[in-house]
Design a protein around this ligand. Structure first.
Ligand code: ADE
Length: 433
């Protein structure tokens, strides 16, 4: 049971007055709302996904290759990086859902962390109990360890990037985005020097994993102490203290916490503690059962496995019900509780055949059709000339000869008409003769 965190403030629902972006619809899909925050060159908006009616966060910044963005002839690494980041799925990492680009702007579509910043949960004395600090620090290390294991480093862990979701859990924002943003987000030293590791100051080259661990140590210190470990009115003196690893723990830190903080804020990256040692440290493990710790550290793997097993079990457990249901084109949307605007159809043919017919139907109607995803399972997007989404179609393989087709219909009359006259007949295969 996590220590009590108090209630989580909801994200503002209404547009901020005076922000010219509010009410604008991006690429026919995302309606911008309130401004949630702004950085050196990026702004973060609350937005509504018009296709799914879900709230998201959109981080927008000038397109470095667009208007006024210079003439760099090198291929943009952004697509490759973005593909890696979009694979990151972890309970404590803000998910990057999509990247949209116009000539002027790049927009990251992100999961919304509706509870605001972690630091808003500090008490009147500017800190939290050791138990609560441990609760969030465990979630932070779980996220960092997961991303590092996939070769993704944050490089800028600091309070603004530690958010709380609607359930009161920590979400680390902007994991790896420094690399994707190709310099345009200005992740420079001028931001928050208090969180910067000493080896960055010496500019001799550094290991990004060790740099992230250092910043996590500063965060832990601030949560439990209520002030920064390295601070000085003079920036030069602050850098000196960081470089020397000179700090004092407050009297209320337990001996185990002191020990861990000293091991993390070790100015020598070669002897600094790593994530494996952190998760085995007595302070980190205190009062946690083996099961709870395994769930926190490996839970994402379990979830992925469970989802696969669940699909495999479904396939294995095919019964008379399924045979009935899988007869060509059965509409199971009622049974599977499909949301309004979503249709689910079981088909007994491979995804390529279904998606081929979907593409043909869209083209016949004069719509723009694009297929994403590597495995031939979609999604296929059908868009009107105006750019508005008419339908999104995915096919999930359930068993060798059984697939589930999911159609998310766009809003408006044209999308309904297209579904009825073109898409539904294409998705539901011709009955066997
Ligand atoms: N600020 C930056 N990223 C955010 C997100 N994903 N949700 C809410 N606020 C944010």
């Amino acid at each position: 049971m996590p220590p009590s965190t108090g209630s989580v403030p909801p994200a503002p629902a209404a547009p901020a007055p005076g922000d010219e972006a509010a009410g604008r619809v991006l690429l026919g899909r995302y309606e911008l709302g309130a401004l949630l925050g702004r950085g050196a060159s990026a702004k973060v908006y609350l937005a509504r996904d018009l296709l799914t009616a879900r709230d998201v966060a959109i981080k927008s910044f000038p397109n470095p290759r667009g208007v006024g963005g210079g003439e760099d002839p090198r291929p943009a690494p952004i697509e490759r990086e973005a593909a890696i980041l979009r694979q990151l799925r972890h309970r404590h990492v803000v998910r990057l859902r999509e990247i949209l680009a116009t000539r002027k702007k790049v927009h990251f579509v992100l999961d919304l962390a509706a509870g605001g910043e972690l630091f808003s949960l500090l008490d009147a004395s500017g800190r939290m109990t050791e138990d609560l600090a441990r609760h969030y620090f465990r979630q932070l290390i779980s996220a960092v360890r997961y991303c590092h294991s996939r070769g993704v480093y944050h490089r800028d862990i600091k309070p603004e990037n530690l958010l709380i979701d609607g359930a009161g859990d920590l979400k680390v924002a902007d994991f790896g985005l420094g690399a994707v943003a190709d310099g345009s987000l200005h992740h420079t030293l001028c931001g928050t020097p208090a969180y910067v590791a000493p080896e960055i100051l010496s500019r001799k080259g550094y290991h990004p994993a060790k740099v992230d661990i250092w910043s996590c140590g500063v965060v832990l210190f601030v949560l439990a102490a209520g002030y920064l470990p390295f601070n000085d009115a003079s920036l030069v003196n602050m850098y000196r203290k960081i470089y020397a690893g000179k700090f004092r723990c407050p009297s209320w830190f337990s001996p185990e916490l002191r020990c861990l903080v000293r091991r993390i804020l070790d100015p020598n990256p070669a002897t600094r503690i790593d994530t494996e040692e952190i998760i085995n440290h007595p302070w980190f493990r205190q009062d946690a059962s083996r099961g709870a710790m395994a769930q926190l550290m490996y839970g994402h793997d379990e979830e992925a496995r469970f989802k696969t097993e669940f699909k495999e079990d479904m396939a294995r457990d095919m019964t008379a019900f399924d045979i009935l249901a899988c007869s060509p084109g059965s509409d199971l949307s009622g049974l599977f509780g499909a949301e309004p605007g979503t249709e689910r159809v079981f088909v007994g043919e491979p995804s390529a055949a279904v998606l081929g017919r979907v593409e043909e139907a869209g083209k016949k109607e004069g719509h723009l059709v694009t297929r994403e995803g590597k495995k031939g399972t979609g999604p296929v997007y059908v868009k009107a000339e105006s750019g508005g989404i008419v339908a999104k179609v995915c096919v999930f393989k359930i068993a060798d000869a059984v697939s589930l087709v999911e159609v998310v219909k766009g809003g408006g009359a044209e999308a309904s008409r297209f579904w009825k006259h073109r898409l539904e007949p294409a998705v539901r295969p011709p009955a066997a003769s």
